[in-house]
Design a protein around this ligand. Structure first.
Ligand code: F6R
Length: 600
């Protein structure tokens, strides 16, 4: 949430910052701003809306070799030009951008900033005013920064400019992601390496409660106690083309289409030379030691966890509980004696999941993170990581990460089963190959899904997804996809549950999308469809080959019954995509959302 960039060096910073912000727009897009510094001072440009709107107010004549930038997802204060970052101190000596939430900002304001007139409604402005107060008391900017940081409670990634020193960007982080990138005669700062791949692929990770002095020649990392920390850079293994849309109109469509290739890449990445699937033996050891697994995740990743539970229980025979991260600490179950926690997170940065990770680490429990982003916070802080190998997912609506999560969880379950001597009656490598081929067929059937979206969803105000067993979980994911990008009120239900109340909402023409891929519940779900049709619903049945009937709207290519969620979700992704297009919605950047939810 919120994206930060900074540049100090030999070129004009402005275009590098703007390009960087464009790459970070997935993190928040309600307002944006940059500050460009030269020997005349600091020039701030900000605007409500997207980076394109910001570009229109940036003065082309202002040049500078130093600058910082921000794209915002509002937490404190409405999206507006005034609340957009950068924020400046009263004398405009200090200018900063911030990602995160300062939980004690009103206490700090009351205790330290009496009489200071704040311009915005943000928690961020309190930071910059505190800094100025400490500088006015005779401290250097570095000392004032340190002093300020020790007072902040909550999460922050900060980049700070001082009008009287155009050779330094001051940087700090706690719980919010931030990297420093290295170049020749320049250095950069970014929330995500993607933003600065345009100038470097060498990055240094920052740890919580570190501050960094960035000049064009040097990067000095210090703890808040002042101890200098040495840390080697790593090479960001991202291909610039991975983060471009290419010929696609939207990232979401590109990412849906990438799913067959991601399946093949995952199989390749987890395959031994002898062709068998393999997972790091420490992870398998931890799975085998666990008497119960607790999956913690949010949103789409939570839906992947629900399916993952079935994989692990059915293949590896270990009991699994799945919990929504943001609720876990209030409703913590009685934990088993030897729990293993699995955090599923595309971004590896979700604050709700991280809060649970911190808590369970305090209890001394082991954690495995399943993520798409190597080096992400959840990956670094867990004991083990399994990577999704899905390539960057940029559209806010998660698609390829969901199916990648399912594939990796299936591999984890099957390798654990094998290590326990449990025989599985199918060859997962081969079945994932069949899944990839089925996904190819579905991606080639876009016109049919566009038609379904037009017929069922172009004018409706609501829609229900029903399924039983594994199909129920896919329905939950389908409904999330539809609502987040098309704004149609959509709900997923267990087929048998609708008649316990929600059926009251069925009216003439209400679309019901029913999924039927499981033989043992096929007749029951079809019975549920009949119940709603009798009350006027407009049914769209998506069934698996072999279970199909004449009235079905689409028949999925056959895959192994346990792996159907990997395939049945693809039509739901595409139907949601086309429903959003038909309704003129901004598919890649739906309203009120952001890709990486780094606030609790
Ligand atoms: C929906 C979506 C979100 C995320 C959720 C968790 O399309 O993307 O529901 O799944 O915010 O994010 P991660 O997986 O990054 O922890």
């Amino acid at each position: 949430m919120c994206g930060i960039v900074g540049y100090i060096g030999r070129n004009d910073a402005k275009e590098i910052l703007l390009k960087g912000l464009e790459k970070l727009e997935y993190r928040g897009y309600d307002s944006a701003g940059i500050a460009v510094q030269n020997n005349e001072g600091i020039h701030v440009f900000k605007e409500k809306g997207r980076i394109a709107d910001l570009r229109s107010v940036v003065d082309d004549n202002v040049l500078g070799n130093t600058g910082i930038g921000h794209t915002r997802w509002a937490t404190h204060g409405v999206p507006s030009k005034v609340n957009a970052h950068p924020h400046q101190s009263t004398t405009e000596r200090l200018t900063l951008v911030h990602n995160g939430v300062i939980e004690n900002y009103s206490i700090l304001k009351r205790e330290y900033l009496e009489g200071v007139q704040l311009k915005s409604e943000t928690d961020t402005e309190v930071i910059v005013q505190l800094l100025e107060k400490f500088v006015n008391e005779g401290n250097s900017v570095e000392d004032a920064f340190r002093q300020t940081l020790t007072l902040l409670k909550g999460s922050y990634a900060i980049a700070l400019l001082d009008k009287e020193n155009d050779e330094t960007i001051f940087v700090a982080k706690n719980k919010s992601p931030l990297l420093v990138g290295l170049g020749e005669e320049f250095n950069v700062v970014a929330s995500d390496a993607m933003a600065m791949l345009q100038v470097t692929d060498q990055f240094v990770e920052l740890m919580d409660k570190e501050m960094v002095i960035v000049t064009k020649e040097k990067v000095t990392i210090k703890t808040l106690e002042g101890t200098v920390v040495e840390r080697d850079p790593y090479t960001a293994e991202l291909d610039a083309s991975d983060i471009e849309k290419g010929t696609y109109p939207h990232y979401m469509l590109k990412e849906i289409d990438e799913q067959p290739a991601v399946m093949r890449k995952i199989v390749q990445s987890y395959r031994n030379d002898d062709g068998s699937l393999s997972v790091d033996e420490d992870i398998i050891g931890a799975m085998n030691e666990a008497d119960r697994i607790y999956i913690i995740a949010a949103g789409t990743s939570y839906h992947a966890g629900l399916v993952g539970k079935q994989f692990i229980e059915k293949m590896a025979k270990i009991p699994v509980e799945v919990h929504v991260a943001s609720e876990f600490s209030y409703n913590m179950p009685i934990l088993s004696e030897k729990p293993l926690f699995i955090f599923i997170s595309q971004s590896g940065e979700t604050a709700d999941s991280r809060a649970v990770l911190v808590q369970i680490k305090e209890f001394g429990y082991k954690a495995l993170t399943v993520t798409n982003v190597p080096g992400s916070t959840l990956s670094r802080e867990a004991d083990y990581t399994l990577l999704l190998h899905a390539g960057p997912e940029i559209a806010v609506a998660s698609t390829k990460a969901y199916t990648a999560q399912l594939a990796v969880l299936a591999i984890l379950a099957s390798v654990t089963a094998a290590s326990k001597g449990i025989e599985i009656d199918f060859d997962l490598t081969q079945e994932l190959g069949i899944v990839a081929n089925a996904m190819d067929v579905l991606c080639d059937a876009k016109e049919e899904f566009e038609e379904i979206a037009r017929n069922f969803l172009s004018t409706t105000r609501n829609c229900f997804f029903i399924g039983r067993a594994l199909d129920y979980y896919v329905g939950l994911e389908g409904s999330l996809k539809l609502k987040e990008i098309s704004y149609i009120q959509a709900e997923g239900f267990a087929g048998g549950e609708l008649k316990h109340g929600t059926i009251a909402l069925i009216e003439e023409g209400t679309p019901i999308i029913a999924i039927s891929t499981q033989e043992h519940v096929n007749l029951s779900i079809r019975g549920n469809v009949k119940e709603v049709v009798a009350r006027g619903a407009n049914p769209c049945i998506i069934s698996m080959k072999g279970l199909n009937e004449e009235e079905d709207s689409f028949v999925l290519p056959e895959v192994h019954e346990l792996l159907t969620p990997l395939v049945s979700v693809v039509p739901l992704q595409l139907i949601s995509y086309y429903a959003a297009l038909h309704r003129d919605c901004d598919v890649d950047k739906p309203r009120n959302l952001a890709k990486s939810v780094t606030v609790e």
